[in-house]
Ligand binder design. Structure first.
Ligand code: 2AL
Length: 255
Protein backbone atom coordinates (compact mmCIF):
# COMPACT_ATOMS: atom_id res chain seq x y z
CA UNK A 1 0.00 0.00 0.00
CA UNK A 2 1.26 3.43 -0.89
CA UNK A 3 0.41 6.44 1.30
CA UNK A 4 1.34 9.88 0.03
CA UNK A 5 1.98 12.20 2.94
CA UNK A 6 1.84 15.82 1.87
CA UNK A 7 3.34 18.61 3.95
CA UNK A 8 1.41 21.63 2.68
CA UNK A 9 3.96 24.05 4.11
CA UNK A 10 7.11 24.53 2.05
CA UNK A 11 9.69 23.62 4.71
CA UNK A 12 11.30 20.37 3.58
CA UNK A 13 13.10 19.75 6.90
CA UNK A 14 9.64 19.53 8.50
CA UNK A 15 8.62 17.01 5.83
CA UNK A 16 11.63 14.88 6.83
CA UNK A 17 10.48 14.90 10.46
CA UNK A 18 6.88 14.10 9.49
CA UNK A 19 8.00 11.33 7.11
CA UNK A 20 10.09 9.71 9.86
CA UNK A 21 7.13 9.81 12.26
CA UNK A 22 4.93 8.18 9.61
CA UNK A 23 7.46 5.44 8.80
CA UNK A 24 7.92 4.68 12.51
CA UNK A 25 4.28 3.52 12.77
CA UNK A 26 3.60 2.28 9.24
CA UNK A 27 3.25 -1.44 8.56
CA UNK A 28 6.25 -3.12 6.96
CA UNK A 29 4.52 -3.32 3.58
CA UNK A 30 3.30 0.29 3.60
CA UNK A 31 5.26 2.66 1.41
CA UNK A 32 5.29 6.25 2.69
CA UNK A 33 5.97 8.93 0.11
CA UNK A 34 6.56 12.16 2.02
CA UNK A 35 6.42 15.28 -0.14
CA UNK A 36 6.62 19.02 0.37
CA UNK A 37 4.34 21.46 -1.43
CA UNK A 38 6.17 23.44 -4.07
CA UNK A 39 4.18 26.61 -3.50
CA UNK A 40 2.96 28.37 -0.41
CA UNK A 41 4.13 29.56 3.00
CA UNK A 42 7.09 28.19 4.95
CA UNK A 43 4.69 27.55 7.84
CA UNK A 44 0.91 27.59 8.04
CA UNK A 45 -0.32 29.69 10.91
CA UNK A 46 -3.51 31.40 9.79
CA UNK A 47 -6.45 31.42 7.40
CA UNK A 48 -4.47 33.19 4.67
CA UNK A 49 -1.54 30.75 4.89
CA UNK A 50 -4.03 27.90 4.73
CA UNK A 51 -5.87 29.27 1.71
CA UNK A 52 -2.57 29.88 -0.11
CA UNK A 53 -1.41 26.33 0.65
CA UNK A 54 -4.29 24.54 -1.03
CA UNK A 55 -3.17 24.86 -4.67
CA UNK A 56 0.24 23.39 -3.80
CA UNK A 57 -1.46 20.57 -1.92
CA UNK A 58 -3.80 19.77 -4.82
CA UNK A 59 -0.82 19.84 -7.21
CA UNK A 60 0.85 17.12 -5.16
CA UNK A 61 -2.20 14.91 -5.66
CA UNK A 62 -2.67 15.74 -9.35
CA UNK A 63 1.01 15.17 -10.09
CA UNK A 64 0.87 11.50 -9.16
CA UNK A 65 1.91 8.77 -9.08
CA UNK A 66 -1.45 7.76 -7.62
CA UNK A 67 -1.49 6.58 -4.04
CA UNK A 68 -3.88 4.32 -2.14
CA UNK A 69 -4.41 7.07 0.43
CA UNK A 70 -3.32 10.66 1.05
CA UNK A 71 -2.48 12.39 4.33
CA UNK A 72 -2.54 16.17 4.67
CA UNK A 73 0.15 16.80 7.27
CA UNK A 74 -0.94 20.15 8.69
CA UNK A 75 -3.17 20.50 11.72
CA UNK A 76 -5.56 22.95 10.04
CA UNK A 77 -6.45 20.15 7.57
CA UNK A 78 -6.26 22.72 4.71
CA UNK A 79 -8.02 21.65 1.53
CA UNK A 80 -9.26 18.37 3.01
CA UNK A 81 -12.64 18.35 1.28
CA UNK A 82 -11.22 19.77 -1.97
CA UNK A 83 -8.69 16.93 -2.00
CA UNK A 84 -11.46 14.41 -1.39
CA UNK A 85 -13.23 15.72 -4.50
CA UNK A 86 -10.34 15.04 -6.86
CA UNK A 87 -9.48 11.48 -5.88
CA UNK A 88 -11.40 8.42 -4.86
CA UNK A 89 -8.56 7.31 -2.61
CA UNK A 90 -9.28 8.13 1.03
CA UNK A 91 -7.76 11.44 2.23
CA UNK A 92 -6.98 12.08 5.88
CA UNK A 93 -6.35 15.34 7.69
CA UNK A 94 -4.15 14.98 10.75
CA UNK A 95 -6.47 17.03 12.98
CA UNK A 96 -9.51 14.94 12.12
CA UNK A 97 -7.51 11.72 12.53
CA UNK A 98 -5.97 12.75 15.85
CA UNK A 99 -9.28 13.84 17.36
CA UNK A 100 -10.97 10.59 16.35
CA UNK A 101 -8.06 8.55 17.75
CA UNK A 102 -8.33 10.44 21.04
CA UNK A 103 -11.99 9.46 21.41
CA UNK A 104 -11.02 5.79 21.36
CA UNK A 105 -8.63 6.07 24.29
CA UNK A 106 -10.17 8.78 26.48
CA UNK A 107 -13.47 10.43 27.28
CA UNK A 108 -12.04 13.93 27.02
CA UNK A 109 -8.93 15.43 25.44
CA UNK A 110 -7.18 18.77 25.18
CA UNK A 111 -5.45 19.98 22.03
CA UNK A 112 -2.11 21.74 22.58
CA UNK A 113 -1.18 23.78 19.55
CA UNK A 114 1.13 26.55 18.42
CA UNK A 115 -0.04 30.17 18.20
CA UNK A 116 -3.15 31.79 19.65
CA UNK A 117 -4.53 32.31 16.15
CA UNK A 118 -4.14 28.63 15.31
CA UNK A 119 -5.93 27.84 18.59
CA UNK A 120 -8.98 29.67 17.22
CA UNK A 121 -8.74 27.80 13.90
CA UNK A 122 -8.59 24.50 15.80
CA UNK A 123 -11.73 25.46 17.72
CA UNK A 124 -13.50 25.84 14.38
CA UNK A 125 -12.33 22.34 13.44
CA UNK A 126 -13.57 20.90 16.73
CA UNK A 127 -17.05 22.18 15.82
CA UNK A 128 -16.76 21.13 12.16
CA UNK A 129 -15.87 17.58 13.19
CA UNK A 130 -18.59 17.42 15.88
CA UNK A 131 -15.96 16.94 18.60
CA UNK A 132 -17.48 19.35 21.15
CA UNK A 133 -18.42 16.44 23.43
CA UNK A 134 -14.88 15.08 23.43
CA UNK A 135 -12.58 18.08 23.23
CA UNK A 136 -12.40 19.78 26.64
CA UNK A 137 -10.21 22.67 25.55
CA UNK A 138 -7.82 23.88 22.86
CA UNK A 139 -4.69 25.49 24.24
CA UNK A 140 -2.07 27.66 22.54
CA UNK A 141 1.59 27.72 23.52
CA UNK A 142 2.63 30.75 21.44
CA UNK A 143 5.41 28.63 19.94
CA UNK A 144 5.66 29.49 16.20
CA UNK A 145 5.64 26.43 13.92
CA UNK A 146 9.25 26.85 12.75
CA UNK A 147 10.50 27.26 16.33
CA UNK A 148 9.62 23.60 16.81
CA UNK A 149 12.60 22.85 14.59
CA UNK A 150 15.03 25.05 16.50
CA UNK A 151 17.02 22.88 18.93
CA UNK A 152 17.99 25.99 20.92
CA UNK A 153 14.40 27.04 21.57
CA UNK A 154 12.55 26.05 24.72
CA UNK A 155 9.60 24.76 22.67
CA UNK A 156 9.64 21.29 24.25
CA UNK A 157 9.53 22.60 27.79
CA UNK A 158 6.84 25.13 26.92
CA UNK A 159 4.66 22.44 25.31
CA UNK A 160 5.21 20.05 28.23
CA UNK A 161 4.17 22.76 30.71
CA UNK A 162 1.00 23.50 28.70
CA UNK A 163 0.13 19.78 28.55
CA UNK A 164 0.55 19.57 32.33
CA UNK A 165 -1.79 22.56 32.76
CA UNK A 166 -4.28 20.87 30.42
CA UNK A 167 -4.36 17.70 32.52
CA UNK A 168 -4.69 19.71 35.75
CA UNK A 169 -7.26 22.28 34.64
CA UNK A 170 -9.34 20.74 31.82
CA UNK A 171 -10.13 17.34 33.37
CA UNK A 172 -8.69 15.88 30.16
CA UNK A 173 -7.21 12.41 30.06
CA UNK A 174 -5.43 12.60 26.70
CA UNK A 175 -3.49 15.18 24.73
CA UNK A 176 -3.76 15.83 20.99
CA UNK A 177 -0.70 17.51 19.50
CA UNK A 178 -1.87 20.47 17.44
CA UNK A 179 0.86 20.69 14.79
CA UNK A 180 2.55 18.28 12.38
CA UNK A 181 5.87 19.72 13.54
CA UNK A 182 5.22 18.20 16.98
CA UNK A 183 5.23 14.67 15.54
CA UNK A 184 8.52 13.81 17.26
CA UNK A 185 7.27 14.90 20.70
CA UNK A 186 4.63 12.25 21.35
CA UNK A 187 6.79 9.70 23.19
CA UNK A 188 8.77 12.41 25.07
CA UNK A 189 5.49 13.85 26.37
CA UNK A 190 3.76 10.52 26.97
CA UNK A 191 6.60 9.35 29.22
CA UNK A 192 6.31 12.47 31.34
CA UNK A 193 2.53 12.89 31.36
CA UNK A 194 1.49 9.24 31.67
CA UNK A 195 -1.59 9.76 29.47
CA UNK A 196 -2.10 9.04 25.76
CA UNK A 197 -0.46 11.71 23.59
CA UNK A 198 -1.74 11.60 20.03
CA UNK A 199 0.25 12.76 17.03
CA UNK A 200 -2.08 13.21 14.06
CA UNK A 201 0.53 12.08 11.52
CA UNK A 202 0.75 8.65 13.15
CA UNK A 203 -3.02 8.50 13.62
CA UNK A 204 -3.69 9.41 9.97
CA UNK A 205 -1.24 6.79 8.67
CA UNK A 206 -2.78 4.04 10.78
CA UNK A 207 -6.33 5.08 9.82
CA UNK A 208 -5.23 5.13 6.19
CA UNK A 209 -3.97 1.56 6.50
CA UNK A 210 -7.23 0.50 8.16
CA UNK A 211 -9.59 2.19 5.70
CA UNK A 212 -7.63 1.05 2.65
CA UNK A 213 -7.45 -2.43 4.20
CA UNK A 214 -11.26 -2.40 4.41
CA UNK A 215 -11.42 -1.58 0.72
CA UNK A 216 -13.14 1.76 1.36
CA UNK A 217 -12.84 4.70 -1.01
CA UNK A 218 -14.09 8.26 -0.84
CA UNK A 219 -17.77 8.46 -1.79
CA UNK A 220 -18.40 10.06 -5.15
CA UNK A 221 -22.06 10.63 -4.44
CA UNK A 222 -22.99 14.19 -3.52
CA UNK A 223 -20.52 16.94 -2.66
CA UNK A 224 -17.37 14.81 -2.93
CA UNK A 225 -18.11 14.02 -6.58
CA UNK A 226 -15.35 15.24 -8.96
CA UNK A 227 -15.35 19.03 -9.43
CA UNK A 228 -17.56 20.18 -12.29
CA UNK A 229 -15.65 20.85 -15.50
CA UNK A 230 -15.46 24.57 -16.13
CA UNK A 231 -13.26 27.40 -17.28
CA UNK A 232 -10.66 28.66 -14.81
CA UNK A 233 -9.08 32.04 -15.54
CA UNK A 234 -6.04 34.03 -14.57
CA UNK A 235 -3.32 32.39 -12.48
CA UNK A 236 -5.49 29.30 -12.11
CA UNK A 237 -6.30 28.85 -15.80
CA UNK A 238 -4.56 25.43 -15.84
CA UNK A 239 -7.01 24.02 -13.34
CA UNK A 240 -9.87 23.88 -15.86
CA UNK A 241 -8.02 20.91 -17.32
CA UNK A 242 -7.63 19.43 -13.84
CA UNK A 243 -11.39 19.49 -13.29
CA UNK A 244 -11.82 17.76 -16.65
CA UNK A 245 -9.20 15.18 -15.62
CA UNK A 246 -11.02 14.57 -12.36
CA UNK A 247 -14.31 14.16 -14.26
CA UNK A 248 -12.73 11.57 -16.54
CA UNK A 249 -11.36 9.75 -13.52
CA UNK A 250 -7.71 10.27 -14.49
CA UNK A 251 -6.72 11.25 -10.94
CA UNK A 252 -9.49 9.34 -9.23
CA UNK A 253 -8.13 5.86 -9.44
CA UNK A 254 -6.11 4.63 -6.53
CA UNK A 255 -3.17 2.51 -7.64
C1 2AL B 1 0.52 23.77 11.27
C2 2AL B 1 1.07 22.50 10.95
O1 2AL B 1 0.71 21.43 11.38
N1 2AL B 1 2.05 22.76 10.02
C3 2AL B 1 2.08 24.09 9.79
O2 2AL B 1 2.84 24.66 9.00
N2 2AL B 1 1.13 24.67 10.57
N3 2AL B 1 -0.53 23.92 12.14
C4 2AL B 1 -0.49 24.52 13.36
N4 2AL B 1 -1.63 24.50 14.08
O3 2AL B 1 0.50 25.03 13.78
Amino acid sequence: MRIKLINPNTTSSMTDLIGAAARAVAAERTEIIATTSKSGAASIEGHFDEAMSIVGLIDEILEGPPADAYVIACFGDPGLLAAREITNAPVFGIAEAAMHAATFVSTGFSVVTTLERTRIITEHLVRTYGMEHHCRRVRATDVPVLELENPDSNARATILAECERALREDQSSAIVLGCAGMADLASYLEERLQVPVIDGVAAAVKFAEAIVGMGLKTSKRGDLAPPLPKIYRGKLSGYGAATGMAQRGDVLRAS
